[in-house]
Design a protein around this ligand. Structure first.
Ligand code: SAM
Length: 220
């Protein structure tokens, strides 16, 4: 389900993987039917409900695809950086947000993970929200380790990292969903705030602040 053309990405380079996704969006503006399926709408609603803060100052969504989740995140964030491998996906996402008149606080950049992860060492503001949805199983173990490292290093105090991934096997998968979520579970300095498990997908939220939502709001 998560990969549509019968291509094994395990042995491909980053460039070839980028070309694979570019072709998917050239052929079909909504390859995973994220705008049409109740499954996808419900999953987005769950992810959004699991975010511990009502509002975020500065968020990053790598692998934003055609922008369906980006649109919802933009409504919760002062600033959102949405990025993807695919130029075509970014065009679609930009158009979706423009159609909804929600593009004012969103910037779009072409990023290939992990190398293009925005580095806060260059003076950029840290992110108080990072959303990694249906992308990390396309990374190698080494690439995932770098993504975890960058996510933690660039997380503002009290910030959250949300992950959501389809569980079943598919040809283009490099890592299992359990392996991906475990990498964040075991990352030094992160505390798990939410773990939602279904037969179809895993959803998790981690933070460098272990307090619950009620504790943060001061009544627990
Ligand atoms: C299955 S789609 C998920 C889209 C969206 N995040 C969602 O949850 O519906 C995966 C997206 O990640 C992008 N992608 C995959 N690997 C990537 C990488 N290493 N760097 C940047 N983008 C990547 C693809 O181009 C594609 O748009």
């Amino acid at each position: 389900m998560r990969g549509l053309l019968p291509m094994n990405l395990t042995s491909t380079t980053g460039d070839a993987r980028g070309a694979y996704f570019e072709q998917l969006y050239q052929d079909d503006a909504d390859p995973w039917r994220v705008s049409q399926r109740w499954y996808e709408a419900r999953k987005r609603a769950l992810l959004l409900a699991c975010l511990p803060q009502q509002r975020y100052r500065n968020a990053y969504e790598p692998g934003c695809g055609n922008g369906e989740l980006t649109l919802e995140l933009a409504r919760r964030c002062d600033r959102l950086l949405a990025a993807d491998f695919s130029a075509e996906a970014l065009l679609l996402a930009r158009q979706k947000l423009a159609d909804a008149r929600q593009e004012g606080n969103v910037s779009f950049e072409r990023h290939s993970l992990p190398q293009d992860w925005p580095r806060t060492s260059k003076g950029a503001e840290k992110f108080d929200l990072v959303v990694i949805s249906e992308i990390a199983y396309y990374l190698s173990a080494e690439e995932l380790a770098q993504v975890v490292e960058h996510s933690v290093a660039g997380l503002a105090p009290g910030g959250s990292i949300a992950l959501c991934h389809w569980r079943a096997p598919f040809t283009q998968r490099i890592l299992s969903t359990v392996r991906v979520h475990d990498a964040f579970q075991h990352a030094p300095g992160l505390h798990c705030l939410v773990r939602h498990e279904e037969s179809d997908f895993l959803l998790g939220v981690w933070s460098n602040d272990e307090r619950s939502v009620a504790q943060k709001e001061g009544f627990a």
